[in-house]
Design a protein around this ligand. Structure first.
Ligand code: GAL
Length: 686
């Protein structure tokens, strides 16, 4: 239940996880003094503090937390108060060993880490409600507390749980979902390999099996796991809500999560928050960051959201943990702002001396306040202070990219036609094409109302229900432009091939059906003749049967096993008032460029005209628009623009000069917003 009350009115929140329990009391005073110096106005407290708060079952010690919240409040620093449910104390597992998580191989996850508790365990559930209730009663009226932070990153490190209780809950969940065993057998296609169930108590969880497991069962297991996590969130949230008026959140991990369907989760929180870390092997990690930020804003329904965690420099959990370049942290942070974040937070305030994360960067690193990182942290704090007027300004997009966690779960199952065609890769490549073209996007679920978008792109819609396909079809028929990438609408919600064959539910919108998938051998490529272009493709081809579509691209040089030369590869179909495009092969970034150019022309989208490597994002406010410009290049660039650079106070005389690696936030006159005739509900920013 997303709510519009922002915890810090008219300000961009700034801070991070604060774990003072790892330090002697006298350090706390240094901390708050340095926080003030750095411009910190919000910290997340108590995420891992259960063992201190409840040293024995039912016995609470709030003394240290009382003192801490008072100290922070006296220094003008607001608190995002966490519940510690991600890390139950040692006594809990000693008392309730049955609440430990068991993995798919039957191994019990031991104490000494975090996230070890079974979300199905009644003892765990009772304990998390007791702590949330105690915290909310004690601090619900505390003036420092402006936000509640339930748990930490649901589904990580543990989502799936094969403990006895979890398997019992699974059977109950299935009984509720299917009612009868006959319905379950039907949905799971248990006629295949003789897997019929005749008794509920024989229904197993998808633990380790000799060979590939029933995919429909595995897909339901993903739904069940997600539901279990969400049930635990709701228990804590409701315990807090009974005594505390502040908004409640939990930190998501957008494109980096697997276990959580964030379209559903966003309905449960008051404010969406997200954690994002750069993946160092990715040379263009800032594109993944942008994708994650756009996805987060989209699940938040366009409302302001919180970047709950990112890093000031290196993380510690990748094979090679690369420190950020000078200025990179600022680019990262302001890109999140440009894509709708109204809070910039880090893991964590002060680097830990002990424990698993001592090599992780922090706002205050081991090197102390004289370090480069702390100087940059302080600079960023003062910049964000100048950006208070951006709070609640909104991002707008004319393009929606379809993103469905169920389709991700399904496509990730085993024994697909090719391991090389991956949901995340397709999502990233299509997104990056749009990013490079300077076309702002929202993400959407295929069942959403899409009528406000000129263009809808479906990079990875392997699982598409007939209802969602009908939604896309009516979007096209009423004037929308739809671009669908290969291996789409193959299966329904039980991972069963659609009646009528691959892609059948989209045949009306696309004017084409798929007769056979023809994936390529590793390393093979083929070409597609598209107008004057010869596009290079790899991994995947399809045999298409035309059903009204025109052919705009044909397979050229065939790869062995792939579609034959001259066969249709890229099609376009007029359906009703709109147009459906289909790309039946895997095109890379460059090959997608001319295809997207043609699709933009159909949809009436004008890509931004700006230098390559410069990221421009616009937030629309009541009286002004704000352009956040990030220069990812190693040289100065010039961009045509009018307005005032808020960060420097400079008035621009028609152009913004941005030196290498720098960022500007430009206040411009709000653009004219006129509904266009063919999209009366659409806001034009031309
Ligand atoms: C996050 C987690 C934090 C910290 C951080 C390190 O996923 O929520 O507690 O571990 O990673 O990058």
């Amino acid at each position: 239940m997303l709510n519009d009350s922002w915890p810090l009115p008219h300000a961009i929140a700034y801070g991070g996880d604060y774990n003072p329990e790892q330090w002697p009391r006298e350090v706390w005073d240094d901390d708050v003094a340095l926080m003030r110096q750095a411009g910190v106005n919000l910290v997340s407290v108590g995420i891992f503090s259960w063992a201190l708060l409840e040293p024995e079952e039912g016995v609470f010690d709030f003394g240290w937390l009382d003192e801490l919240l008072d100290l922070l409040h006296a220094n003008g620093i607001a608190v995002d108060l966490a519940t510690p449910s991600v890390s139950p104390p040692a006594w809990f597992f000693a008392a309730y060993p049955q609440a430990q998580v068991r993995n798919a191989d039957g191994v019990t996850m031991g104490f000494g880490s975090r996230g070890m508790a079974s979300h199905a365990s009644p003892e765990y559930r009772a304990a998390i409600v007791r702590v949330a209730d105690a915290l909310a009663r004690r601090y619900g009226q505390h003036p420092a507390v402006v936000l509640w932070h339930v748990h930490n990153e649901y589904g990580v490190p543990v989502g799936e749980d094969f403990s006895e209780q979890s398997v019992r809950s699974w059977r109950q969940w299935l009984q509720q979902r299917y009612g009868t065993l006959a319905a379950l057998n039907e949905a799971w296609g248990t006629a295949f390999w003789g897997q019929w169930y005749h008794h509920w108590e024989h229904v197993v969880a998808p633990a380790t099996t000799p060979t590939t497991i029933n995919p429909a069962m595995k897909l339901d297991w993903a739904r069940f796991t997600d539901d279990q996590l969400r049930e635990c969130f709701r228990l804590e949230r409701d315990a807090i809500r009974a005594h505390a008026p502040q908004p409640i959140t939990t930190n998501f991990m957008a494109h980096q999560s697997w276990n959580t369907d964030l379209w559903k989760w966003a309905q449960e929180v008051d404010i969406v928050s997200d954690d994002h870390y750069l993946w160092s092997p990715d040379p263009e990690a800032h594109v993944a960051l942008a994708l994650s930020a756009d996805l987060t804003r989209s699940v938040a329904g366009g409302r302001p959201w919180i970047l709950m965690e990112h890093s000031t420099s290196a993380v510690n959990w990748q094979g090679r943990n690369i420190a950020k370049e000078p200025g990179e942290m600022q680019r990262n942070a302001l890109t999140h702002v440009g894509r709708g974040a109204d809070a910039i937070m880090f893991f964590q305030w002060r680097a830990s001396r002990s424990g698993a994360e001592k090599f992780h960067s922090a706002m205050l690193p081991h090197a102390g306040p004289s370090s480069r990182v702390f100087r940059e942290v302080t600079e960023l704090g003062s910049q964000l202070k100048q950006l208070g007027e951006l709070q609640d300004s909104r991002v707008r997009a004319e393009v929606a990219v379809l993103y469905d966690w169920e389709s991700l779960w399904a496509q990730d199952l085993q024994w697909r036609p090719s391991d090389d065609l991956q949901f995340r890769e397709r999502m990233r490549t299509f997104y990056e094409r749009l990013w490079r073209d300077g076309v702002p996007v929202d993400f959407a679920h295929p069942g959403d109302d899409l009528s406000g978008y000129r263009l809808v792109v479906a990079p990875a819609s392997y699982l598409l229900t007939t209802a969602d396909a009908a939604n896309l079809t009516s979007y096209v028929r009423t004037g929308g432009t739809l671009l669908v990438s290969c291996f789409a609408a193959a299966v329904d919600s039980h991972d069963a091939v659609h009646a009528g064959g691959f892609g059948a539910p989209l045949a009306d919108a696309l004017g084409v059906r798929v007769e056979e998938y023809r994936p390529l051998r590793a390393g093979s490529t083929c070409t597609v003749a598209f107008g004057e272009h010869t596009l290079e493709a790899d991994v995947w081809t399809e045999d298409l049967v035309l059903d009204g579509a025109e052919v705009l691209g044909r397979y050229g040089s065939p790869a062995k096993g792939g579609a034959t030369a001259g066969a249709p590869a890229i099609t376009r179909h007029r359906a009703g008032e709109g147009t459906g495009w289909y790309v039946s092969t895997r095109l890379g970034l460059d090959a997608l460029a001319p295809v997207l150019e043609a699709v933009y022309a159909d949809a009436g989208i004008v890509p931004a005209d700006h230098p390559e490597g410069v990221e421009l994002m616009t937030r629309h406010g009541q009286n002004h628009d704000y352009v956040i410009a990030v220069n990812h290049r190693d040289e100065e660039v010039t961009v045509a623009m009018d307005g005032t650079n808020i960060l420097t106070g400079d008035r621009l005389g028609g152009e913004l000069r941005l030196s290498a690696g720098r960022v500007a936030v430009v206040r411009t006159v709000a653009s004219l917003r006129v509904p266009t005739p063919d999209h009366p509900q659409l806001i034009s920013t031309q």
